[in-house]
Design a protein around this ligand. Structure first.
Ligand code: FE2
Length: 425
């Protein structure tokens, strides 16, 4: 099976002639599926039927006024008393709100600490505008702070509460399969990301439905072709969105919106209370929808040189045009309070709803679960350097605001989790 998979044409760097490469890889993938004895249409029908059942379940739950997102109390995670039914729902929906992950006063204190940190260092006076194209579309005011090394962020990243939740979430994945241990579920790599502070009265168009694990590289690199092997070799019934096999080896094509790390879950921690109708995060809460997204471009109605609009150096769009069934299931988070955290499977479609005249603040620290693995260990070298110099990490625009700032979190403040996460132990 492996030999046949590796026989697919692959491009470890973005192909120079993308339309030609898309035509070539699509033909090869179609041929592989056909060799299994089923047509692409037959395989896609299996996927569509499964996804349809999930979409129906989600829309019915919404119709009954139920919260689609699973909610788990931090206390249950800490005491290993998460009810079996709730854990099953987490795996089914692929997303989670952790209630009371941090004490509310702690989270509000971190938010105030961030404000002090940026004001003391005259961030707003020196702000040079959005440094990338994607979040730059949100608006011209700095709602996304390209700030990585505040005490608040590092204290949260290296906290016991964060480590416990990350280990719990990593434990939903199969970290060992195919005779390989793909990642260490008990050790996180402290992937540094930014802060969002959206002020009261803000109006925002939000962010459209998209996903973040990659773009054309998902079909074109050898590691992802192996990670998605069951989608392409006639064994679709064995596809498991929680199997980490091959995902922690390869990387993404370089780009301004990329993530070098393997994240089991993307996530953020709330630093303000946020009602569910104030421009909050939505997901299509179906981890297995990745099978739909990966196979859809192989159907006959998509032009031969098109992957349903997926390009390089842009996020992977999910659209009503190509994925109307999936978009039906788009479901928002419930009300959250400062100190709650929000998580979603790294392959899942998500969006941020628009808001007019927002009530209250909308403040979050982006902290995912990025367990220690070869891929994350490779990236950690540049993270260590960015940490020590106050630089923007390699995945982000080279804005480097904090290099000269006072009050940055220092190396002497690292605890054992922090040292281990940065590869310093
Ligand atoms: Fe995203």
């Amino acid at each position: 099976m492996l030999a046949a998979t590796t026989a697919l044409p692959h491009w470890e760097e973005p192909p120079a002639d993308r339309p030609a490469a898309i035509r070539q890889v699509k033909a090869a993938l179609r041929a592989r599926i056909a060799a299994s004895g089923r047509t692409v249409e037959e395989v896609f029908a299996v996927v569509e039927q499964r996804i349809k059942a999930e979409v129906d379940d989600i829309t019915a739950a919404r119709g009954r006024g139920e919260t689609v997102w699973p909610v788990i109390d931090y206390a249950d995670i800490a005491a290993s008393t998460v009810p079996a039914g709730t854990a099953a729902k987490l795996r089914r929906r692929g997303c989670l709100v952790v209630r009371g992950h941090f004490d509310r006063e702690q989270a509000l204190g971190w938010d105030r600490g961030i404000v002090r940190y940026v004001e003391d260092n005259r961030f707003f006076e020196n702000y040079r505008g959005p440094g990338d194209d994607f979040f730059g579309t949100v608006g011209s005011k700095p709602e996304i702070y390209p700030i990585y090394w505040s005490r608040a962020q590092m204290q949260a990243r290296q906290s016991e509460e964060m480590a416990r939740v990350q280990a719990f979430l990593n434990g939903q994945w199969k970290s060992e399969s195919e005779g390989v241990r793909w990642f260490d579920p008990a050790r996180d790599s402290l992937y540094p990301d930014r802060i969002r502070r959206r002020p009261p009265g803000a109006s925002s168009a939000g962010l459209g439905t998209h996903l973040d694990p990659g773009n054309l590289d998902l079909w074109m690199t050898q590691a992802y072709q192996q990670a998605f092997r069951h989608l392409f070799d006639g064994s679709i019934e064995q596809y498991d969105p929680w199997d980490a096999a091959y995902r922690t080896a390869g990387g993404q094509y370089q780009g301004s919106t990329m993530c070098s790390a393997f994240r089991t879950f993307q996530g953020w921690t709330a630093l303000s209370d946020m009602p569910h109708d104030q421009g909050v995060l939505h997901t299509v809460p179906i981890p297995g929808a990745m099978a739909y997204l990966m196979l859809r471009p192989l159907l006959a109605d998509v032009p031969d040189d098109d992957m349903c609009g997926v390009a390089v150096n842009q996020v992977f769009p999910a659209s009503r045009r190509w994925h109307p069934l999936l978009i039906e299931a788009l479901s928002g988070i419930p009300d959250v309070r400062a100190g709650d955290s929000v998580w979603w499977h790294c392959d899942m479609i998500h969006s941020v709803a628009p808001v007019e005249n927002q009530q209250g603040w909308g403040n979050v620290m982006y902290i995912p679960a990025a367990p220690w693995c070869p891929r994350n260990e490779r990236y950690s070298a540049s993270v260590r350097d960015a940490f020590r110099t106050g630089s923007s990490p390699g995945d982000f625009p080279p804005e480097h605001y904090e290099r000269t700032w006072n009050g940055r979190f220092g190396e002497a403040e690292l605890n054992a989790t922090g040292r281990s996460g940065l590869g310093l132990r």
